[in-house]
Design a protein around this ligand. Structure first.
Ligand code: NAD
Length: 532
């Protein structure tokens, strides 16, 4: 019995003069706009298809202005102490938790996700903000290094901000992806310019507005809204570092441009993430994990599970229970916590999901549940879908669907499961289910992915914000979270002070005598381990 719910009448339509429209209007001055006319881009709510507001289509001149202002503001910002910067972000953290309902509504209007999944964004944003507010100073503190000559060379490694960081953000997690990379960049003393996706700019603007209310000087974090293919390259042309989250296809363009300019970039890209369920797994826990891992935010999560390999001894039972729980999911549009899955965010995304499923079914895949668009629930709903008998020639076998669709396959041996999990050009996230956690952790090391969760789908690694979270292979370069998530926004400088004698031959010394002494010294040091 499917538990789909008709669209609730409480979904707002931001009519001119409504309180919702007034709230969105109030955010527009946060955008950097150069003089001159700007076209308006309408933003539609996925639940209803109605326009909730309009954002200006930014131009290259807007971006130029935002980067100039950020560059000017960075000088004073970079001189502030870590404590001063941290106070602003901790205030933001508190305001975010207090005023979460405003942004939860906004995320739902713009993305169509269920409220429980919007709340994951609030949670993640608060946790990462607190982490970097508290840890940035120790992660970036000057470090004493072994000098060229023991006792006579005093060497320090210093970290300084790169300057202006360009942040390019997708639509699927518009709050946390806009804020959680900005916070380490800013805590490190950089300024930044944020380019959100057109579909979810109001959520990003709300966050920037809150940061300013918390005390962030306006130009330290500028925002320009508008089309990615115009503004993305313009930002890449001007920033000192680009932090990009989005598709592998666009990520390649960003990397190419950064290479040409010899600036750094960090790429958080797509995935085709596997889950392995071993024979000894707690079946009910694995089924619950699969439901969360495949259908959170209607599968529009980079770390979402799209392939499940189940040991053949339990595959039948797993599939039956997984399909049963999936069919029972409450899917619908509601601004409270009652729904378990919301809608897709864009028509293009929905078409991709339909295309992948139709192609698979045409080529012989079996639909265990779902497989249909649900216009009766709202504009962009699609049933959570499980497929079996998926084969290599089907589009969704290897391509990221980025929707509520998963393929389930049986496997015989552990090595076969690992081999099939690794048979992908991506390497973002993986999940292993077993009662033998030591075995799970060992197996994890054979998976070529940046994040491997044992007895969780993705939240254990993503939520461990003290550890890096990034993709291997075509899933990205570098990582967010942990030390790496802030060090990448800095440049390294080594300062060495030399005392008493120079590092090379002393003035007037016979170079052959120097060479002999140094050779003896090196042989000695090899045994007494003074220098590495
Ligand atoms: P996308 O690449 O189309 O867009 C991402 C961002 O890039 C948007 O802001 C867009 O406006 C901008 N953009 C578009 N053209 C650009 C260009 N030429 N130069 C620079 N920027 C440009 O991706 P999407 O469809 O919005 O997002 C979905 C993808 O993002 C999925 O593949 C998903 O797996 C991935 N993603 C990855 C992570 C991660 O942490 N690894 C997180 C979320 C989403």
């Amino acid at each position: 019995m499917l538990c789909f719910h008709p669209m609730s009448s409480t979904i707002p339509v931001a009519r001119p003069s409504s309180p919702e429209a007034a709230m969105l209007e109030r955010l527009l001055p946060r955008i950097t706009l150069a003089d001159g006319p700007h076209e308006a881009i309408a933003v539609r709510a996925p639940y209803t298809g109605n326009t909730i507001g309009a954002i200006p289509a930014g131009t290259v001149a807007d971006l130029e202005l935002a980067v100039q202002r950020a560059r000017a503001a960075q000088m004073a910002w970079g001189r502030r102490t870590f404590g001063e910067r941290a106070r602003i972000f901790l205030r933001f953290h508190d305001l975010l938790l207090e005023r979460q309902n405003e942004v939860l509504d906004l995320i739902q209007w713009e993305t169509g996700k269920a409220r429980r999944h919007a709340f994951e964004e609030v949670l993640d944003t608060a946790i990462v903000t607190r982490y970097y507010a508290r840890r940035a100073q120790s992660l970036l503190r000057p470090r004493r290094r072994k000098g060229a000559l023991p006792l006579l060379t005093r060497t320090m490694e210093l970290k300084s901000p790169v300057g202006v960081v360009g942040l390019i953000v997708p639509w699927n997690y518009p709050l946390n992806l806009a804020v959680t990379d900005a916070v380490p960049a800013l805590m490190a003393g950089n300024a930044a310019v944020l380019k959100p996706d057109v579909q979810t700019s109001f959520t990003a603007l709300w966050a920037v507005d809150l940061l300013r209310q918390a005390g962030l000087p306006p130009d330290v974090l500028g925002v320009v809204t508008g089309e990615g293919p115009l503004l993305g390259p313009a930002l890449g042309e001007r920033a000192d570092y680009v932090m990009f989250t989005g598709s592998t296809r666009t990520g390649r363009l960003v990397a190419r441009q950064a290479a040409e300019r010899l600036i750094g970039c960090s790429l958080e890209l797509g995935g085709k993430n596997p889950m392995i369920v071993l024979a000894d797994a707690d079946l009910e826990a694995a089924v619950y994990g699969a439901v969360q891992g495949c259908f959170a935010s209607a599968g529009q999560v980079c770390v979402s599970i799209e392939r499940i390999y189940v040991h053949e001894s339990i595959a039948g039972r797993f599939l039956a229970r997984f399909a049963e729980r999936t069919r029972a999911l409450k899917v619908g549009a509601s601004l409270d916590y009652s729904m378990e899955m919301g809608s897709l965010t864009g028509e293009r995304q929905l078409q991709r999901v339909e295309e992948h499923v139709a192609d698979a079914v045409k080529k012989g895949a079996v639909l265990e549940c779902g497989g249909r668009r649900r216009p009766d629930l709202g504009g962009l709903f699609y049933e959570p879908t499980i497929l079996t008998q998926v084969t290599e020639e089907m589009q969704l076998y290897a391509e990221e669907t980025f929707g509520p669709v998963v393929s389930v396959y049986p496997f015989g041996s552990e090595s076969e499961a690992v081999e099939r999990a690794n048979a992908t050009r991506y390497g973002l996230n993986a999940s292993i289910w077993t009662r033998d956690t030591a075995r799970g952790a060992r197996l994890a090391q054979q998976i070529r992915a940046g994040n491997v969760n044992v007895n969780e789908a993705y939240a254990a690694t993503w939520g461990s914000v003290d550890a890096p979270c990034g993709g291997r292979k075509e899933s990205g370069m570098r990582a967010r979270h942990g030390a790496e998530g802030i060090l990448k926004f800095t440049e390294t400088q080594t300062v060495a002070v030399q005392y008493l004698v120079p590092v090379g031959a002393p003035d007037g010394m016979d170079p052959s005598l120097y060479a002999r002494w140094m050779t003896r010294l090196l042989k000695l040091l090899r045994h007494i381990r003074v220098l590495a």
